[in-house]
Design a protein around this ligand. Structure first.
Ligand code: HEC
Length: 248
């Protein structure tokens, strides 16, 4: 199990999800309880176990920095630096975080040599007998929907506020997935090999009854090919350049 660490140096309830490719999403957090990135940003800033801050106090601190005041006057001439414009700025920045061009993209664009024969077979397994694409679909490899896949966890996920969705979590996109271990909402699955094994047997032991997936009939070769394919989704240049921050 591997969970994010917050302000009190204590583990949080869930593993931090990726912030990539969220411009196309319409609900946020593992359980989708926030309807926009602007609303989502309030959570981590104010949560006692995460950043443990008060929004007005954050604005006071940012306002003490001349350059922030100036930039916000330029970006939001009639409003300047307020809680609302700060949240909009964070959300707007997040919408620029794209996962980047990968070898898989070269291949689907017509370069037959961009990925290996096992990776091509792995893609066939992904969209065929392994049924991964029934949930991990589209450019980002997510249906932006919620499913219960039987992860070993007592967390009811979306069921916490929607009784019709017990144990459901958001389908994560799979771009750059080889860079993102450990996996799942609680970081309980350590490697891509273990992820594929999770699906092959139809969910974690003792949690299969809560899973909306069926065991898969995959050969060892298909398992290996599937893992090889997942590695082709890594961006050729995975780096995000950090913006220059105003100095205090
Ligand atoms: C029924 C929908 C569904 C199917 C089918 C499915 N997935 Fe998932 N996948 C999910 C959901 C939902 C999660 C998040 C579950 C959680 O954290 O509890 C997930 C998580 C993952 C993760 C971890 C992502 C992360 O950021 O931690 C990987 C990798 C993954 N799936 C790959 C696959 C592969 C490979 C297949 C096919 C063998 C597959 N999935 C089939 C819905 C699905």
């Amino acid at each position: 199990m591997s969970l994010a660490i917050g302000a009190l140096n204590a583990p949080l309830k869930r593993h931090a999800p990726t912030v990539e490719n969220l411009a196309e999403a319409d609900s946020f957090f593992w359980d989708g309880r926030a309807e926009s990135l602007e609303v989502q940003a309030v959570g981590p800033i104010t949560h006692p176990k995460e950043m443990n801050a008060d929004l007005d106090e954050v604005i006071n601190r940012l306002s003490a920095i001349e350059e922030y005041r100036r930039y916000f006057r330029i970006a939001y001439p009639s409003e300047g630096l307020t809680v609302d414009t700060m949240l909009r700025s964070i959300a707007t920045y997040e919408r620029t975080l794209r996962s980047g061009w990968s070898r898989f993209d070269d291949w689907v664009s017509g370069d037959e040599d961009a990925i290996s024969a096992p990776a091509k077979r792995g893609f066939e397994v992904f969209i065929g007998p392994a049924r991964c694409a029934s949930c991990h679909s589209g450019w980002s490899f997510t249906d932006h929907a919620y499913h219960a896949i039987g992860v070993a966890s007592g967390d009811v996920g979306r069921g916490g506020f929607d009784p019709s969705a017990p144990y459901q979590f958001k389908t994560p996109g799979l771009r750059n997935i080889a860079l993102r271990a450990p996996f799942m909402h609680n970081g309980s699955v350590a490697s891509l090999r273990q992820v594929v094994e999770h699906y092959r047997v139809g969910g974690a032991e003792n949690y299969r009854h809560i899973a909306d997936i069926e065991p898969l009939d995959l050969s060892q070769q298909q398992v290996e090919d599937l893992i090889t394919f997942l590695h082709t989704l890594t961006a050729l240049d995975p780096h995000v350049s950090a913006p220059a921050l105003p100095a205090e």
